[in-house]
Design a protein around this ligand. Structure first.
Ligand SMILES: [Mg+2]
Length: 180
């Protein structure tokens, strides 16, 4: 394997890939643990006085952190949780603090239905190869990236009913190996 500087980035969404929110509420997928999380931004006010909203039920799989760290990528949060992913998600799945993509406002999809995250991620990657796991990427995003990002990119849709599974990790590992 070559040095860190040549590793592709892996942009990580939370809701969908790590939290399979679309699974049947009564059937938590195997391997997941239930967390009830109310972050300051969800509560709309700083701690210690949350309580304007109920905590969000979040399913997380503690195997995901080690599995992601084993991949030959530099991991980056690409989620609406933004900085709160480092505090509320990372420790629960065994990830260290990671760089965080900050999003512009408003969060509106681009012309033709390009996902609102897409342009920001291409900018953030700044010409580095990247993979991106998200439940909301579509062929529109693949096409958009292919003409605006000079390096290779893998936009990998994850089913939010299942979250990241063995096949997804295999696809990510294979792509990175081909890249390096
Ligand atoms: Mg998502």
């Amino acid at each position: 394997m070559t040095g860190t500087a040549t590793r592709p980035l892996l942009f990580l969404d939370v809701d969908g890939p790590l939290n399979p929110y679309a699974a049947k509420p009564t059937r938590r997928p195997d391997g997941y643990q239930t967390h009830r999380i109310l972050t300051p931004s969800m509560a709309g006010q700083p701690l210690p006085m949350p309580g304007r909203r109920k905590p969000l039920r979040v399913w997380l799989n503690p195997d995901h952190g080690p599995s992601l760290l084993a991949l030959p990528y530099d991991l980056v949060w690409a989620t609406t949780w933004t900085d709160e992913a480092n505090e509320w998600i990372a420790p629960r799945i065994g990830l260290p603090e990671l760089p965080v993509v900050q999003w512009p406002r408003p969060r509106q999809d681009g012309p033709g239905g390009v996902f609102w995250k897409t342009a920001t991620l291409v900018e953030w990657a700044a010409g580095r190869p990247f993979a991106w796991v998200d439940d909301e990427v579509t062929d529109l995003d693949v096409a958009w990236v292919s003409v605006r990002h000079r390096a290779p990119a893998l936009l990998h849709r994850v089913d939010p009913r299942h979250g990241l599974r063995a096949d997804d990790f295999t696809a990510l590992a294979s792509w990175a190996v081909a890249m390096i």
